[in-house]
Design a binder for this molecule. Sequence first.
Ligand code: AMP
Ligand code: GLY
Length: 421
Amino acid sequence: MKLLLVGSGGREHALAWALAGSPLVSKLYCAPGNAGIAEVAERVATGAMELDRLVDFATERRIDFVVIGPEMPLVAGLWDRLEAAGIKALGPSAAGAMLEGSKGFVKDLCAANQIPTAAYRRFTDAAAAKAFAATLGLPVVIKADGLAAGKGVIIAETAAEGDRAIDSILRKSGDDIVIEEFLAGEEASFFVLTDGEHVLPLAGAQDHKRAYDGDKGPNTGGMGAYSPAPVLTPSVTKKALDRIVRPTIAAMAVRGTPYMGVLYAGLIIEDGEPKLIEYNCRFGDPECQVLMMRLKSDLATALIAARDGQLANLDLRWRNEAALTVVMAARGYPGEYAQGSEIRGLEAASKSEGVRIFHAATERRNGRLVATGGRVLNVTAVGRDVAEAQQRAYKAVDLIDWPEGFCRRDIGWRAVSRQRL
Ligand code: AMP
Ligand code: GLY
């Protein structure tokens, strides 16, 4: 089969690596890809949001199946456009992608189906929003309704900060605003694959959203991850499936907008009770990188089965080993950073035991590997536990010669400190 993968980040490099190894895949294209992806797929010079050109390419090349990595093309309806042109693709549809695209939609769906999540209300009026925020205590969580690349959430520690956030979001977007209760507890990322009816749990992972060690500094897209996540015990996983994910999939089907594809539930777990913080309509980045290192079964078979409504009898096998990934980012990320600096030493680093390096934003220029974005490399390792995977990943990080880059030195700290208990 000929497959097209859409996207260019570390998540897509991990997906490309898994798909390229599939016995079903005879040819893999990636639009637009990066320098690492070029080693396992043929790059196509088309961006992930050039929907017309992607549909044209898939039609002309008679692509059998399309995998869409990032949320933006899903929310914009790339799945719907491909399927209308007769090309099979892993969803969700634009209507399904509302689970990520609209926070207000998700909160209303949770309320209507008794799905555990933070108490909330939606507002368009600043004065009413501020009055409600005042009833919730501090901190209070303020969210813009639409996609905001992680920047749409403000956790206000004071009432004045909350009021400023409300004014600023309403002024900028004119959209709805969601005000919600702050949930204390430990966060985890839980992934399932669904065909709209059957739900196949994938694995759990834990991300590190803050830029600096000790979970300090600004929020980012994610600075590192590991899988499995000890906080997702069998009991917590069962509750997350029975109380959160399955009711959501059932409710989406009842509305006439069945959800097909990967569903990523961002959970907060307190005293063994999971609550939903948010949904994403795709794999997490960098969580996908650690999931792909642990997946033993064929990824292409599973994704195609989801599209074809055939998940009922599919079983996935995972390595018992842990996987951990360290994100190397350009100095300054998530703020301003320079592009075009050279990275050396990757070849030696990738020969380290248990290590695989996924590229997130790289290009080759005149034979040199250069950084072209904020999050640039994902140094990923497997080990018998998180501590060993962590030690192997950092050993490889230390072989990489890239003075213009930085990484956190404490990825995996929660799991490692649990192991020491
Ligand atoms: P989101 O953009 O929805 O992923 O939110 C970004 C981050 O804000 C999450 O990963 C959480 O760390 C935090 N967050 C969002 N909602 C809440 C909440 N109700 N209580 C506590 N933390 C939250
Ligand atoms: N790592 C968080 C995300 O993919 O949204």
